[in-house]
Write a protein that binds this ligand. Structure first.
Ligand code: GLP
Length: 260
């Protein structure tokens, strides 16, 4: 696990966008894992800018969303399919048919989850997975207690997550109780994961996931077992890390050839 502490969202967005750009130049048909929430927005803004100004090409890329609410009507502005379209994929030249999300309105939910796993596999697996983290340490919508080897499935949201996410809805009563999410095992299969956390409200989750035990109570801690996990945090999100100085020193003295 590599921890990179940066001054703010702009630098985080640029560094994560560098990783996406390097990947696309190496592998134009790369598979990107796409997260929602506020944390990845600076990355999407920067990628959209590079597409527009520098011609960064997504025409052969594929995208898979991490998760989706269950029960929102198709086209609901807060469904993650719509959010990802609006915030990212409509702003670059990725083919709409190459962008997938779990079907939260499926009549047969287990079958939809299995089909999603199959689709990821058929695309060759996720090359680079972008992640945020919930204040309770969830990634995707893998709430505390999630199996560390879980696959895409239905989950119930914890009240705190519904409260956190109610800012996107008219009221907390409109936030669904159920969601579909890639499992922790699914996320762990991605070849590289980049988790982004900003702000003091994420400090505890960051401490738990980076320096706590690997335990389902903090789902994101499973990333300690990932061979290539990068954690990008601002100073506020890093403020509870015990080894912050070590992470800073390590990054500042990193061999230039290593990349992220
Ligand atoms: C939601 C999403 C997560 C995201 C989390 C944090 O619950 N399902 O994928 O990481 O919110 O969101 P934010 O980045 O807005 O804090």
């Amino acid at each position: 696990m590599e921890i990179v502490i940066l001054p703010g969202s702009k630098q985080i967005g640029a560094l994560a966008a560098d990783a996406v750009e390097d990947l696309l130049r190496r592998k134009p048909d790369a598979v990107l894992g796409l997260a929602t929430g506020s944390s990845p927005l600076p990355v999407y803004d920067e990628l959209a800018r590079r597409h527009e100004q520098d011609g960064l090409d997504f025409s052969r890329a594929h995208g898979f969303a991490l998760d989706e609410y269950v029960g929102l009507e198709p086209g609901h502005p807060q469904s993650y399919r719509e959010v990802i379209r609006r915030e990212f994929t409509d702003r670059v030249n990725i083919a709409p048919e190459n962008v997938h999300s779990p079907d939260g309105s499926a009549a047969d939910i287990p079958a939809a989850c299995e089909a999603y796993e199959e689709a990821i596999k058929a695309a060759g697996g996720v090359d680079l997975q972008l992640l945020g983290v919930g204040t309770d340490g969830h990634i995707g919508f893998n709430e505390p207690g999630s199996s560390l080897v879980s696959r895409t499935r239905i989950k119930s949201l914890i009240e705190q997550t519904r409260r956190d996410n109610s800012r996107f809805f008219k009221s907390i009563h409109d936030v669904p109780h159920h969601v579909l999410t890639q499992g922790l095992g699914t996320i762990m299969d991605a070849r590289h994961v980049i988790l982004i956390a900003t702000g003091a409200q994420k400090a505890q989750a960051v401490r738990d996931l980076v320096e706590g035990p690997v335990a389902a109570i903090c789902a994101a801690s499973v990333l300690q077992m990932h061979p290539h996990a990068t954690i990008l945090v601002d100073e506020a999100a890093a403020s509870s890390l015990r080894l912050a100085d070590y992470y800073r020193h390590t990054y500042d003295n990193k061999p230039g050839w290593q990349g992220l």
